[in-house]
Design a protein around this ligand. Structure first.
Ligand SMILES: Cc1cc2nc3c(=O)[nH]c(=O)nc-3n(C[C@H](O)[C@H](O)[C@H](O)COP(=O)(O)OP(=O)(O)OC[C@H]3O[C@@H](n4cnc5c(N)ncnc54)[C@H](O)[C@@H]3O)c2cc1C
Length: 249
């Protein structure tokens, strides 16, 4: 866990689950009309949405989008994130923004596996401090920050805004909330899920659309023998705690 990695749900489609349900109803409700949108009640949502999603009609999830701010993750992580193509991204520029050297841990993500080895950890911090100093020295020597940044390790922290519709978010979480995913992007994925769980208007969709790792979505682990030991039980418990009543976050 890196508490400097922050994920915030900053905005989403107004009346998200009503929007998705209303869109679904056009296909089988003769009385459907534009004006029905504002009349949609929560009862309508509860009686139609889980059922339609249960049929596997997931394209309706594309009608609601969510925008997250992700701050303090590394460029290692943001590079994995932007591989998900059906989403929109805007990232802090290393061309326009000059890094201000501060504490090594404020500037770079260092994995726990390294922190657990004191001698090695110190070498990493020294190396990163040197990289920052060389970045600063280059800048002062007249090298623009867009070139000075080449010296920075991939662990350098960044900020990125991501907008995904609920269908792509489900796909993303399927791959990245899984224990087989790399730890940092997995941490980001679970933090996104927690943000949804904290939100009364959105929380039910976690259960109805099975937003979570693929074992939750499919009911089995598609990676079979590659599954980490104990993962099945751990993941189900973690997910159930989030999807159920208001979780402790
Ligand atoms: C555990 C793990 C290990 C990985 N290791 C590597 C690695 O070693 N090297 C590497 O390069 N990547 C790696 N990746 C990244 C992976 O290959 C994908 O690029 C990334 O997960 C994005 O997923 P995606 O392409 O399914 O989905 P998205 O880009 O999120 O797209 C969603 C879905 O839309 C459809 N889609 C999107 N674009 C197209 C298209 N052009 N044509 C047809 N259908 C499309 C597909 O159905 C796709 O699944 C890894 C990912 C994971 C989770």
């Amino acid at each position: 866990m890196d508490d400097k990695i922050r994920v915030t749900l900053v905005n989403y489609t107004r009346k998200p689950l009503e929007t998705v349900t209303w869109a679904a109803l056009i296909s089988y409700w003769e009385g459907w009309e534009t004006g029905a949108f504002e009349r949609m009640s929560w009862k309508d949502v509860e009686s139609h949405l889980p059922k339609v999603l249960g049929y596997g009609h997931e394209s309706i999830l594309e009608h609601a989008t969510l925008t997250f701010a992700i701050e303090g993750c590394s460029r290692v992580c943001s590079h994995q994130l932007v591989r998900h193509r059906l989403a929109s991204y805007t990232q802090q520029s290393q061309r326009y923004i000059k890094l201000n050297p501060s504490d090594v841990e404020e500037t770079f993500v260092i994995p726990e596996s390294v922190k657990g080895k004191p001698g090695l950890y110190q070498k990493w911090k020294d190396f990163m401090k040197n990289a920052m100093e060389l970045y600063e020295e280059s800048y002062k020597a007249g090298v623009h920050q867009e070139d000075a940044r080449f010296i920075l390790p991939q662990g350098v922290r960044t900020k990125i805004v991501v907008t995904m519709n609920l269908r792509e978010l489900k796909h993303f979480l399927g791959l990245r909330a899984c224990e087989r995913a790399q730890w940092e992007i997995r941490e980001v994925a679970w933090k996104m899920l927690k943000e949804i769980a904290k939100n009364e208007e959105l929380r039910p969709i976690i259960k109805w659309a099975k937003l979570g790792p693929r074992c939750i979505q499919l009911g089995y682990c598609p990676e079979g023998e590659l599954m980490p030991k104990g993962c099945w039980k751990r993941t189900r418990e973690k997910w159930k705690a989030l999807a159920g009543s208001k979780p402790e976050v």
